[in-house]
Design a protein around this ligand. Structure first.
Ligand code: ADP
Ligand code: MG
Ligand code: MG
Ligand code: MG
Length: 401
């Protein structure tokens, strides 16, 4: 193709036209840029005559946040396309098909999933997804197990980890999730009405110890290839289908970070329910559905992960040492709970928030949701190292509510 520059819609169409076997040479292609433009461009290219369409995602060489902009490696486009390919092998049908990656342009051409909705929006609308727990637990169990030392030859794993070295995107997580919310940082963003909550976070030594321990795991524990940004805005969904997108933060890190991200985002929606359900009964019922889903995801994950371990475990001592499996799964649950808590806290006081809460129009409802999300988040962080059962997470949510 050509030297790197951000594409315009006409150029995107020209590239699409040259793809083999997708569009007819004389097709009338239409193109619209549909990304939010902070880090990446996303072009949706359609041919109304044939009904065919594709998505082209191009990385921008900078991140643009609240008027400021800082340089950001284009290598994340490679990481994203390679992660999608590997996840597609390990968890077939649960990620978009990648048609082409162009290194020069930092461009990934992939399956158009416009017949799905972004899960965050689906949850805000109050839609239920009865197959989601099954799908996401399969995605998590298979991608995490087969890239860990339990499921992959250990030399191979280390070689694979090389191509997923992602320092610049990890740094964003290290700062925005594991540091800034716990000090009076310029990047923080919260409403004045909850300044007391923010200040409480800055002065809570017990919380700081737990966050420092979780941060250390994020920095040092190359346990598995993570998606790295697995919130409900990175999941396309319908009642029948689940597709995980946007793994540009992929790197080898602690498994619980991905599982915790999913659970945290369900719980952020839980906290925002007051604005999304018309009646008290509707809210209670949807909240119960969310908590059932949280529990179901962990239970199915655990069952599937252990089944993979039984069938495909490659590490002799890990396979045979009495009590090792139980210990491993207990630590994984603890990490999951701790990381879920960190993910919740940052979405209320840190740089990027979630629509589940921020879009609540009534200011007092929004404030209650923010305080609830923080109560849940903090109690999960404080629970993490003591947890032995997923029921303790559910109890912590119920006591905070
Ligand atoms: P970013 O990394 O900039 O967040 P995403 O990969 O999350 O980019 O994509 C941003 C938006 O572009 C998504 O929320 C979705 O609306 C749209 N999009 C991304 N990938 C696809 C796809 N494969 N099919 C349809 N729409 C997509
Ligand atoms: Mg975005
Ligand atoms: Mg995204
Ligand atoms: Mg992204």
């Amino acid at each position: 193709m050509s030297a790197y520059h951000p594409l315009n819609e006409t150029e995107a169409i020209e590239i699409a036209r040259k793809l083999e076997g997708v569009f007819a040479p004389d097709a009338q292609l239409a193109c619209r840029e549909i990304g939010d433009g902070n880090l990446n461009l996303v072009f949706h290219i359609t041919d109304s005559a044939s009904g065919r369409s594709i998505i082209m995602k191009q990385a921008l060489p900078y991140a643009k946040v609240v008027g400021e902009s800082w340089p950001l490696t284009l290598d994340r486009a490679r990481i994203e396309s390679e992660a999608l390919l590997l996840e597609g092998e390990l968890a077939p049908g649960l990620v978009p098909v990648v048609y082409l990656y162009d290194q020069e342009l930092a461009l990934t051409i992939m399956e158009d999933l416009s017949d799905h909705v972004i899960m965050r929006q689906g949850l805000m609308n109050g839609t239920r997804y009865p197959l989601f727990a099954g799908h996401i637990s399969t995605f998590l169990a298979r991608t995490l197990f087969f890239t860990s030392d339990l499921g992959r030859n250990q030399q191979e794993k280390k070689l694979l980890a090389r191509s997923f070295t992602n320092p610049e995107l990890c740094k964003i997580t290290e700062d925005l999730i594991f540091d800034d919310p716990y000090r009076d940082a310029d990047t923080n963003s919260f409403e004045e009405t909850i300044r007391d909550e923010a200040q409480a976070l800055w002065n809570d030594g017990e919380l700081h110890l737990e966050v420092a321990l979780l941060r250390e795991k994020f920095l040092t524990r190359a346990q598995s290839l993570l998606h790295g940004d697995l919130h409900t805005g990175s999941i396309f969904i319908t009642p029948e289908s689940t597709k995980v997108i946007d793994p540009e933060f992929a790197y080898f890190g602690p498994m619980g970070f991905d599982i915790g991200a999913v659970l945290a985002n369900l719980l952020l929606n839980f906290a925002g329910r007051e604005g999304w359900d018309k009646t008290d009964a509707g809210r209670e019922s949807y909240r119960a559905y969310l908590l059932d889903t949280v529990k179901d995801i962990w239970s199915q994950f655990e069952e599937k992960f252990l089944a993979l371990w039984n069938e495909h475990g490659v590490d002799r001592l890990a396979n045979t040492a009495p009590g090792y499996r139980e210990n491993y799964m207990e630590r994984l649950l603890q990490d999951t709970i701790g990381f879920a808590g960190c993910k919740m806290v940052r979405r209320v006081v840190g740089l990027a928030h979630v629509a589940d809460i921020d879009k609540l129009e009534d200011a007092s409802a929004r404030e209650r949701a923010q305080r609830l999300a923080l109560r849940i988040g903090k109690s999960l962080i404080k629970l993490n190292r003591r947890a032995v059962s997923i029921d303790q997470l559910i109890d912590a949510v119920n006591s905070a509510s």
